[in-house]
Design a protein around this ligand. Structure first.
Ligand SMILES: [Zn+2]
Length: 76
């Protein structure tokens, strides 16, 4: 799709790193699938992936972890 930020680039399937901060926890997900603009680098993560990230983050926060870095695909 066309990038909504710079309006010039085209987005391509790729992977990115997403950092979520919840209460006192910081959770870093690596290798999250995303559409990435080839011009400005803006990342677009679709709704189902975002939902999944928030779900996983909630579980991690519940375990009382302060800093957690994991790959998206194998995150609990
Ligand atoms: Zn762009």
């Amino acid at each position: 799709m066309k990038c909504m930020i710079c309006k010039h680039g085209e987005t391509k399937q790729g992977i990115t790193t997403v950092t979520l901060e919840k209460a006192s926890s910081t959770i870093v997900f690596k290798e999250v699938p995303a559409q990435i603009c080839d011009n400005c680098g803006e990342k677009y993560i679709d709704d189902s992936t975002t939902k999944e990230l928030l779900n996983k983050a909630r579980k991690i926060v519940k375990n009382g972890v302060e800093v957690d870095i994991r790959k998206y695909a194998i995150a609990a």
